[in-house]
Design a protein around this ligand. Sequence first.
Ligand SMILES: CC(C)(COP(=O)(O)OP(=O)(O)OC[C@H]1O[C@@H](n2cnc3c(N)ncnc32)[C@H](O)[C@@H]1O)[C@@H](O)C(=O)NCCC(=O)NCCS
Ligand SMILES: Nc1ncnc2c1ncn2[C@@H]1O[C@H](COP(=O)(O)OP(=O)(O)OP(=O)(O)O)[C@@H](O)[C@H]1O
Length: 197
Amino acid sequence: MIVGLTGGIGSGKSTIARLFEEYGVPIYIADERAKALMQSDTRVIDAIKKLLGESAYIDGNLNREYIADKIFTNSTTRNALNEIVHPAVARDFKQWVLIRDYIYVIKEAAILFENGGYKQTDFNILVTAPRDLRIDRVRKRDNASISQIKQRMDAQWDDVKKMALADVIIENIDFSKTKQEVYKIHQHLLRRFQENW
Ligand SMILES: CC(C)(COP(=O)(O)OP(=O)(O)OC[C@H]1O[C@@H](n2cnc3c(N)ncnc32)[C@H](O)[C@@H]1O)[C@@H](O)C(=O)NCCC(=O)NCCS
Ligand SMILES: Nc1ncnc2c1ncn2[C@@H]1O[C@H](COP(=O)(O)OP(=O)(O)OP(=O)(O)O)[C@@H](O)[C@H]1O
């Protein structure tokens, strides 16, 4: 059984994914796998160079700042990159999931509803937090400017639109409450999926 875990930038997806991991749930982090594939999959690399130019790489490494600047200021370029990267991530996930030996797995992805990825999951968790708190968290975490963070937020659906497609919502403000929520959801998922196991 596949559980999607999504939320806007700075909502706390990765933090929450680690809480599930502590219970033994296998976790797939789409952001990380996407970047790995963008550096190792030759078909993906060629397509990215064609779209964004040779400057997308420096000595074979992703030029993240350059790519971010290109895709978060132009939705056409962003959609084109998404169409290169997201199918590769979906294929990679299919392989990954084959050898996981647990009642359910978590696919953590910033973009899950926007690209229809949620149609391949059995249950979807949405993480939310107030916009200003998310900006503050990302500023501290990445040393990013407010305008850079807002650009990424604008590239994502707003929470109201995502809420309609989520099975459960974690409002991640107070970390101790979040931990309790994660425990409850984990117990729920074990009960729900046990019979298919
Ligand atoms: C532009 C890149 C190189 C920036 O790398 P960087 O290390 O700064 O950020 P990282 O990948 O960790 O993403 C951080 C956050 O940015 C936001 N974000 C990233 N990609 C996207 C996107 N295509 N659309 C909207 N938001 C995005 C998400 O909130 C994400 O969690 C990288 O994000 C990228 O290649 N994105 C395009 C591929 C993609 O969609 N990846 C997301 C996983 S499927
Ligand atoms: N409940 C919380 N209380 C305080 N800090 C938190 C809480 N949840 C997350 N954080 C912090 O906020 C920052 C963003 O969290 P995290 O990296 O998990 O978000 P994310 O949704 O995965 O972000 P991105 O979309 O950029 O990948 C991190 O520095 C994390 O430690």
